[in-house]
Design a protein around this ligand. Structure first.
Ligand code: MG
Ligand code: MG
Length: 238
């Protein structure tokens, strides 16, 4: 981002820093639907959004890397988590069995205070870990399987559901996935977008078969039309 857009970034960088400092990031929610019971929302994914008076809606594809470069990703993650847990604790869906999914960055997960902070917040808002799903990308495996396992097992033992986010975009091997305590795989949107092509279908089918062989459930990202939903449902995506 910094190299691509030159001078403008200085302005955006300082405005972003101010927004984080003032807690102006918003959390929006994307529904997660049950494919076998169309129309039934089974959960929501909390997504960070930033609206700036000067730049308008800035894509997370821009501000998340910015937060990482500025060393603000833990603070951004903390704010999103707090807002999401707060909203969720106020919503009737929480008692109706909906799950709240929150994206957790690798750096956040590996920071020392993350685990106690997460448990403290969940308790503070009167929620239980079983209501929360943590979405983590496979980049966690880059630090070695044993290291990744250490962080993840603790969360899994505490009762949180673990979802392997953006699956298929990283480099971790299938054996790695199998060794980590994930409950679910999220098929990356790039595969879902190609589902109407023969090649895309083969890729998704392969992921579905693999996940089911490992007893993992499947969520597909970015389903925006009926035809895509039907294809995925036919393939066994839950
Ligand atoms: Mg996610
Ligand atoms: Mg994702």
């Amino acid at each position: 981002l910094t190299q691509a857009t030159g001078y403008e970034d200085v302005g955006m960088t300082s405005r972003f820093m101010a927004a984080v400092k003032r807690g102006l990031l918003q959390v929006h929610y994307q529904p997660v639907m049950n494919a076998n019971n169309p129309g039934r929302v089974v959960g929501v994914e909390a997504l960070a959004r930033w609206h700036d008076d000067e730049y308008g809606w800035v894509s997370p594809a821009s501000f998340i890397p910015l937060a990482e470069n500025l060393g603000l990703i833990n603070e951004v993650g903390r704010q999103v988590l707090e807002q999401a847990l707060h909203h969720f604790s106020q919503c009737s869906g929480a008692s109706a069995g909906l799950k709240l999914a929150v994206n957790i960055s690798k750096r956040q997960l590996m920071s020392e205070d993350f685990y106690p902070m997460l448990l403290g917040m969940v308790q503070e808002f009167g929620l239980s870990p079983g209501q929360i799903k943590l979405e983590i990308t496979e980049s966690i495996a880059l630090h070695g399987i044993e290291v990744a396992k250490g962080y993840l097992q603790k969360l899994s033992d505490a009762g949180f559901a673990l979802s392997l986010d953006d699956f298929g975009t990283g480099f971790s091997s299938l054996s790695h996935v199998h060794e980590l305590p994930f409950d679910e795989i999220k098929i990356d949107i790039s595969f879902v977008r190609r589902i109407k092509t023969p090649e895309g279908r083969v890729l998704v089918k392969t992921i579905v078969e693999m996940a089911h062989a490992m007893q993992l459930s499947l969520v597909a990202e970015g389903v925006e039309d009926h035809e895509t939903a039907l294809i995925l449902q036919g393939m066994g995506v839950e």
